[in-house]
Each structure stands twice: as structure tokens, then as C-alpha cells.
Design a protein around this ligand. Structure first.
Ligand SMILES: CSC[C@H]1O[C@H](OP(=O)(O)O)[C@H](O)[C@@H]1O
Ligand SMILES: Nc1ncnc2[nH]cnc12
Length: 289
């Protein structure tokens, strides 16, 4: 039987003020994985439930490396989110992806270092599939929603996630292009990995803010450029979320991602660490009981 949609939205740079939910309520949700970036704002658009979390916290306090991605995903799962839409500022590695455009990415290259990238570990080993890290259904709906909001939207593309906080050197920027990456950012990994472990279909709508550092005749990206383009496009991103609410089919049919953990566990039931299992009550309660 179909269930009700409950869309989680993680707002990135330029979207810390939220997405404009009706009947909005701010709730502090605790996580066994530590401090999330801030409270969750939960509310409605039309008949659809949404929960919003500002990735870098109120006032953009957290660096991409300091964001507790595990706690963020955990609290959204605890709120009952069924699907997760990430909104991010991204640099472009392709001429055709111009500042002001949006892109619904569908692949990742992960160059981040030292971030907690799994809910699982010693005492409960799990391996989920990440071949197709993006949910095609949610991504398709987000693409249509962004187009309905008036944006030029590119469907599909590869996002390389760097550790930051510095932007890339010209040599790195050229190397990522040669690797086949189309856009660059600092936050989608490990966010997308963790969403899959938490059985949350994940899509990422990126707002192109700059051409990074690969164009020979141009200076490399500066933060001011990113903030200015984001400021100019934040309203459109919010409209895209409202359009998404309008475009969602009335009921949510099951997704294979809802069962990503079905065959993922390597550790035998009797060998599992009860403390870790307890921490996983929200993320993996469906399979761990
Ligand atoms: C402000 S420029 C770099 C910053 O912007 C992006 O953040 P987010 O993905 O949360 O929108 C990028 O990944 C960096 O964290
Ligand atoms: N060029 C860039 N590199 C990394 N993250 C970004 N976010 C926005 N533009 C970026």
C-alpha cells in the first residue's frame, strides 16, 4: 500500500534561513551520533509534509568538514522522512553548466578525507550498494520541479566532492574534468552514502555558482562569487521545493532503496555489538528489529 510522502530537505550555502514551510515548527531532535547541524524545521507545503535542516547550521557556522553528516541523516530519519532532497551550491567543470543553472546530479567521485562515512563499523559490518547513489524517481521529480520554477536544469552529471575548505588548484580542477566530473562541491559526500545506509532515497539539486578554476583566461572562484549567485537564486530554489510538493504523486509507492539493508549485513546476529545495534534504532530499526 502507498504511504504518505515526507520530504527531508537539507539546505546548503545560501539556504540557512529555510524553505518557507507552512505551519512550521522547529524541533530539537537528539541523535546517538552526536550533534546535528541544528534543529529540524518541520511543516507542510500543500498537503505534503516537509522537514528542513540547514547543513551548515544557523548563520553558516560549520565547515564542510565539521558537519556531522551522520547525525543530520539520523535526525531526519527519526522525524519520519521518507525521501531526502539535498540543495547545494556547486562549481561547474563544464562550459555548458553556467552559473545560475541547476543540475540534478546522478554520480559522485569522493575525494573527502577523514569524515565519518558509515553508520556501521566494528560489531556490525554492513555493505550497501552505491552503484547508483541517486534515487531516479526523486531526482526526476526534483528536475521537473526546478524547471517549473523557471530554472535551466541539467538532468544528470557527476559531482566530485572535495574536502575543502579551500577551493581547488587549477591542476586539480583540470584533473577532475579529465576524470569525467561535471561539477564540484564539498558536502554531498558522505551525505549520499549515509542516506543510502539509512534507506532514504536521495537526490541532489545543485545550483551552479561559478566555473571553479579550470578556465585559463579567468581567475579562480572566490567565495564572494558563490554567495552572490546563491543569493540571487535562493528564491528559485525555494520555489522549486514548492513545485516539488505540487508534482509528487498522491501516494508514495515503495522504492527499492527503502530496503537497501535487506542483504547488507556481514556480521552474524550473535556476533553483533548490542551498543551499536541500539544506536542504529532509527537508521536500521526496520531490519534490526
Ligand atoms: C560557500 S562556497 C563553498 C561551500 O558551498 C557549498 O556548500 P553546500 O554544498 O552546503 O551548499 C560547498 O559544498 C561548500 O561547502
Ligand atoms: N568551485 C567550487 N568548489 C567547491 N565547492 C563549491 N561550491 C560552490 N562552488 C564550489
Amino acid at each position: 500500500m502507498d504511504q504518505a510522502w515526507h520530504i527531508g530537505v537539507i539546505g546548503g550555502s545560501g539556504l540557512a534561513e529555510g524553505i518557507g514551510l507552512d505551519e512550521a515548527q522547529e524541533i530539537a531532535v537528539r541523535s546517538p551520533f552526536g550533534e546535528p547541524s541544528g534543529p529540524v524545521t518541520t511543516g507542510r507545503i500543500g498537503g505534503v509534509r516537509f522537514s528542513f535542516l540547514a547543513r551548515h547550521g544557523a548563520g553558516h557556522r560549520l565547515t564542510p568538514s565539521a558537519v556531522n553528516y551522520r547525525a543530520n541523516i539520523d535526525v531526519l530519519k527519526r522525524c519520519g522522512v521518507t525521501d531526502l532532497l539535498a540543495l547545494s551550491a556547486i562549481g561547474s567543470l563544464r562550459e555548458a553548466l553556467a552559473p545560475g543553472h541547476m543540475i540534478a546530479v546522478d554520480q559522485f567521485i569522493d575525494r573527502t578525507e577523514g569524515r565519518a562515512r558509515s553508520f556501521f563499523g566494528p560489531g556490525l559490518v554492513a555493505h550497501v550498494s552505491l552503484a547508483d547513489p541517486i534515487c531516479p524517481r526523486l531526482s526526476g521529480l526534483a528536475t521537473a520541479a526546478a524547471r517549473a520554477a523557471g530554472a535551466t536544469v541539467h538532468a544528470g552529471g557527476c559531482y566530485v566532492a572535495i574536502e575543502g575548505p579551500q577551493f581547488s588548484t587549477r591542476a586539480e580542477s583540470l584533473m577532475y574534468r579529465a576524470w569525467g566530473a561535471d561539477v564540484i562541491g564539498m558536502t554531498a559526500m558522505p551525505e549520499a552514502r549515509l542516506a543510502r545506509e539509512a534507506e532514504l532515497p536521495y537526490a541532489l539539486l545543485g545550483m551552479v555558482t561559478d566555473y571553479d578554476a579550470w578556465r585559463p583566461s579567468e581567475a579562480g572562484v572566490e567565495a564572494a562569487e558563490v554567495f552572490a549567485v546563491m543569493k540571487a537564486n535562493a528564491a528559485r530554489a525555494r520555489t522549486a521545493v514548492r513545485e516539488l510538493a505540487r508534482l509528487l504523486p498522491p501516494g508514495r509507492s515503495a522504492s527499492p532503496i527503502d530496503r537497501a539493508l535487506d542483504h547488507a549485513f556481514a556480521t552474524a546476529p550473535g556476533a553483533r555489538d548490542p551498543q551499536l545495534v541500539a544506536r542504529l534504532d532509527a537508521v536500521a530499526g526496520r531490519v534490526l528489529g
